[in-house]
Design a protein around this ligand. Structure first.
Ligand code: FEO
Length: 173
């Protein structure tokens, strides 16, 4: 059984995960327009991951006897000055997601909701990976600077990314 405060927090995070997917579609568009298909693929997979994150919240809310509430999805930013600026914004976005997840854990602890605390730990770990992944790319892009050749090499690397169903969905948790 979820408290009203916990339920509202989970529903708002479900919404924010869908917003994250929307933001990453905007970032995919930036690369589609530049014909950088590997970068576009990276954000296509990122979008799939975010929608999967939303689904994990969805399933959990119903398993706990709650009700999913849908909120409006905010329009994401669509104009980016450079590839580096775009990735810095993605990293900053993921840091915001991390803060939000940590606040949900704080609520779960305050409410003595051990089940939701345990559920959220997967997201705590996932956010370590999310920030690491974007930080690594920001670092590489800062080294690359304005050199186009390494951008094409990175594009080829990012073309290899594939979507893997996150463990909570793969295991039907
Ligand atoms: Fe759902 Fe990128 O965190």
């Amino acid at each position: 059984m979820l408290s009203n405060r916990m339920l509202e927090g989970l529903n708002k995070q479900l919404n924010y995960e869908i917003y994250s997917a929307y933001l990453y579609v905007a970032m995919e568009n930036y690369f589609q327009e530049k014909n950088l298909e590997g970068f576009a693929n990276f954000f296509k997979v990122q979008t799939q991951e975010e929608l999967a994150h939303a689904r994990i919240f969805y399933e959990y809310i119903y398993r706990m006897g709650g009700k999913v509430t849908l909120y409006p999805i905010e329009k994401p930013e669509e104009n980016f000055e450079s590839i580096l600026e775009l990735f810095k914004k993605a990293l900053s976005h993921e840091k915001t997601v991390t803060e939000r997840i940590h606040k949900l854990v704080d609520i779960a602890i305050e409410e003595k909701d051990h089940a939701t605390n345990a559920f959220l730990q997967w997201f705590v770990n996932e956010q370590v990976e999310e920030e690491e992944s974007f930080q690594r790319l920001v670092d590489k892009l800062e080294l690359i600077g304005d050199n186009i050749q390494p951008i094409f090499i990175l594009d080829a690397e990012l073309a290899q990314r594939i979507f893997v169903l996150p463990a909570p969905l793969a295991q039907g948790q």
